[in-house]
Design a protein around this ligand. Structure first.
Ligand SMILES: Cc1ncc(COP(=O)(O)O)c(C=O)c1O
Length: 371
């Protein structure tokens, strides 16, 4: 960093005008969100061309940068936080979580290792414990905090693939996936599109898949499951994005485990049904699976991006996502990168923790009942 750059940054940190300006724009956004269209008008979208310029040659003025964002960017957002947005299965955000996120933005923590961020590691451990408790999963289930369910499913299915191939005497780390023994992949006709993307990233093609017929709610018909064996990965769904349907987990998991197969559940928005006394019957049997993916940025209304992979077999998850280097110091405390595909990650556990602490069991119950 040049002296000049260093002194600009030091003076901005010292006088706080930029942050006051950001705070006032943020308040302005919050105060006007209820009076504007949920989706920006064509005129507003046209004005986004203001951002279209060559990479600036010279350094910019921070206050002007922020003004540009507020004048042209704020109106071009989708008003997800104003209680009037019902698109997709996207969530909003609570003031408690936004405030916690603002604070943690200033912290700018890397959640990769305990030695880089003890607070991120501590809050990951707490969130892991709370989520395992809320979803009533096996006690030793480990959680990885990732960007969303797509990433969570990638981690869960990577653990599944390597575990099943190990059972078949094949070490993916040494031998890769080409020429590996065949893995049988079983999933419902209505599996989410991100599952197919994930499978493709993991080296599986559409021709490798056995698609089980589904009923009118998009639930797998358990009696139509093929013969499962110790090379099988079954991918079930807690919450079909079109119908809200939940697969019959007891039947699927019982059959799979008799055969030493692995079951992953994509529970992007639906796993949260476990947090409601009158909806939890939908999730009956999820605790028998081996891995799960879920989004806190959906039903729970945590800020983006906040997904979680959960896996009952810590060794399988860690070994699939392993990363070593002479300078990487794992310790006896939680090192978050062991459970995710990324090394550096922002400390999203801060907002997740704040969201869970704000809602508590009662708030989560209310959220789900009101869906
Ligand atoms: C069932 C299901 N699985 C996976 C996803 C993908 O989640 P994400 O966008 O967090 O990657 C979605 C998104 O809507 C979903 O509904």
């Amino acid at each position: 960093m040049t002296d000049n750059l260093g002194s600009i940054i030091r003076s901005q940190v010292k006088n706080k005008a930029l942050f006051e300006q950001a705070k006032s724009y943020a308040y302005d956004y919050m105060d006007t969100i209820h009076d504007r269209p949920v989706f920006p008008s064509p005129g507003v979208l046209e004005k986004l061309s203001v951002f279209d310029e060559p990479l600036p040659g010279n350094m910019g003025d921070s206050e002007k940068i922020l003004t540009l964002l507020h004048e042209y960017g704020s109106p071009a957002t989708v008003a997800q936080t104003g209680n009037r947005y019902f698109g997709f299965v996207n969530g909003g955000v609570t003031p408690a979580a936004i405030a916690a996120k603002w604070l943690s933005d200033v912290w700018d923590q890397n959640a990769g290792l305990f030695v880089i961020s003890p607070i991120a590691a501590c809050l990951e451990a707490i969130c892991e414990k709370w989520l395992v408790d809320l979803f009533e999963l096996p006690e030793k289930t480990k959680a990885g905090f990732v960007s969303g369910t797509s990433a969570a499913t990638l981690c869960g299915l990577a653990a599944a693939r390597n575990f099943l191939l190990k059972q078949a005497g094949w070490d993916v780390h040494k031998k890769g996936v080409f020429n590996a023994p065949k893995i049988k992949i079983v999933l419902g006709e209505e599996a989410h599109s991100t599952v197919f993307k994930t499978l493709s990233l993991l080296g599986f093609g559409l021709d490798d898949l056995i698609r089980v017929r589904t009923d009118r709610q998009g639930r797998m018909i358990a009696s139509e499951l093929p013969v499962l064996d110790e090379t099988t990965m079954v991918i079930a769904q807690a919450g079909n994005v079109h119908t809200g349907g939940f697969d019959p987990f007891h039947e699927i998991c019982d059959k799979a485990h008799k055969a030493r197969a692995w079951v992953h559940i994509d529970g992007a928005f639906g796993l949260w049904a476990k947090g409601s006394e009158n909806k939890k019957h939908l999730t009956a049997g999820i605790e028998k699976a081996d891995s799960w993916s879920v989004d806190a940025h959906k039903t729970l209304n945590a800020p983006y991006d906040c997904g979680v992979v959960l896996c009952r077999d810590e060794a399988a998850l860690v070994s699939a996502l392993q990363n070593t280097g002479a300078y990487i110091q794992y310790g006896k405390n939680r090192d978050g990168m062991l459970y995710t595909a990324e090394m550096s990650r922002r400390a999203r556990s801060v907002e997740l923790w704040a969201t869970l602490k704000f809602f508590g069991r009662k708030g989560i119950e209310n959220l789900i009942i009101s869906l």
